[in-house]
Design a protein around this ligand. Structure first.
Ligand SMILES: [Ca+2]
Ligand SMILES: [Ca+2]
Length: 436
């Protein structure tokens, strides 16, 4: 309950911060001083360009202003990228993307800006030598006066590529071969900016966005959606709050898990966050987006085969992974029925390639064989710790989370035979996107 209150407070604080730009704008109308007006992205605007930088911070550009990340007020672009000003005649940008090209470290993770027929390459917010260049020189075959651009790494596109949008045309630029293939996606709205976030691709148009398949342009699901519900924290819109606003010393998890596909999630109160997304920035969402039956929060989670098990009170919810998570028919079931245990569960984990779930309850750790029917406790041992919030097992071992700290163990054997608790380590911003 305490955590829930904290998150509500955080959301409220963000909402208040975010409301701030409205004040100078109103004042500007009154005294006729248009220069004082900062654009307000919660008013519903169309962005010129959106791109993450090498730190995973996503920048939203509009005219001579930008927003860094998913909440906060607009600032002048030239405070972050100093050439983006009138003197350099690039007060705004047509399109921007972050380069994905691991084969060429001199280019990888650079942000490229496009204006008219010119391209600008930045790294660490510094314009690279030799730029601006003609687009033709750097990206032969790519048209001038672009609408939008987005990276498409190998695996998601055939090779490391960039998708350039102009009108209804999308130009696939292959970075290795420097060749362009053009397709017309007339079913897709004309994208004025585009963003890749994790493995998903978003075309922004007006204040809406449409998710598309980067190879076929195919749109599945109900689009367009309002960007204010997803990509920024706005009062009266349904964003999940921004975990990044929290101090690492205030972190308290409910549950954490990592699946076989490498996706990992943390859960705290009514929100969840992907943890394998450092390159793209951390972003918190309401649990209800993916798992509506456990929207209020969870006690413990573990992943096994292609399923995620959520434990809340005495109920177990099993979701099958796929493009969307689906609750398996017949669930929830009771803990007793599903796992042969009773009582509150603090944390649970399954180690890679194993078929045993380790369930932490108070100062006991109980093993349940997931291949047995019915499932029963096969081992019940004391734990050298108690009041664990969440647990995760990976190739490097086991982490037990307790408040803003965690304890690392090499194996379950060491954990359950260890008579003395190890020294805890502190959760860092690199792990969970909080503030150190
Ligand atoms: Ca644009
Ligand atoms: Ca827990």
């Amino acid at each position: 309950m305490e955590l829930f209150t904290k998150i509500l407070f955080l959301c409220l604080a963000l909402a208040l911060t975010n409301g701030a730009p409205a004040a100078p704008q109103d004042a500007a109308v009154d005294d006729g001083d248009a220069l004082a007006a900062l654009p307000d992205r919660c008013a519903g605007i169309e962005f010129d360009a959106i791109a993450p930088d090498e730190e995973g911070d996503t920048f939203f550009f509009k005219g001579g202003h930008l927003w860094k990340g998913y909440h906060g007020a607009a600032q002048l672009s030239n405070e972050s990228f100093k050439e983006l000003d009138d003197i350099h005649h690039i007060g705004h940008v047509d399109a921007a993307f972050r380069m994905h090209n691991k084969d060429n470290p001199d280019d990888h993770d650079h942000i490229y800006f496009f204006l008219d027929d010119k391209v600008f390459s930045y790294y660490n917010h510094t314009l690279e030598d030799g730029y601006p260049k003609e687009i033709q020189e750097d990206f032969p075959g790519v048209p001038t006066h672009l609408d939008a651009a987005v990276e498409c790494p190998k695996g998601e596109c055939k090779g490391d590529s960039v998708l350039f949008f102009k009108g209804q045309d999308v130009h696939f630029y292959d970075i290795a071969t420097k060749t362009v293939k053009t397709k017309t996606w007339s079913h897709l709205p004309a994208c004025t900016s585009a963003l890749r976030w994790l493995e998903n691709y978003y075309c922004f148009h007006g204040h809406n966005f449409t998710k598309f398949n980067p190879l076929s342009g195919e749109v599945t699901g109900a689009y367009p959606k309002d960007a204010r519900n997803y990509f920024m924290t706005c009062p009266n819109f349904g964003h999940g709050g921004d975990y990044k606003g929290r101090k690492c010393s205030d972190v308290k998890l409910d549950a954490i898990t990592s699946d076989d596909g490498g996706k990992s999630y943390l859960f705290a109160g009514p929100i969840y966050m992907r943890l394998d997304s450092h390159r793209d920035g951390f972003h918190a969402f309401p649990i209800v987006r993916n798992w509506k039956e456990v929207a209020r929060g969870v006690d413990a989670i573990f992943s096994y085969t292609d399923k995620i098990y959520f434990i809340k009170d005495d109920q177990v919810y099993i979701y099958k992974e796929g493009a969307h998570y689906t609750l398996i028919e017949g669930y929830p079931k009771t803990l007793k029925e599903e796992l042969g245990i009773e009582g509150r569960v603090d944390a649970a984990f399954v180690c890679p390639n194993e078929h045993t779930v380790h369930i932490i309850q108070g100062s006991r750790i109980r093993d349940v064989d997931l291949t047995a029917t019915p499932r029963v406790v096969t081992l019940d041992l004391p734990l050298p710790l108690s009041d664990i919030d969440a647990a995760l097992c990976g190739a490097e071992g086991i982490n037990l989370f307790k408040g803003s700290e965690y304890y690392s163990y090499e194996s379950t054997k060491i954990l359950s035979t260890g008579r003395i608790a190890l020294n805890p380590q502190k959760i860092t911003s690199a792990m969970m996107g909080c503030q150190d």
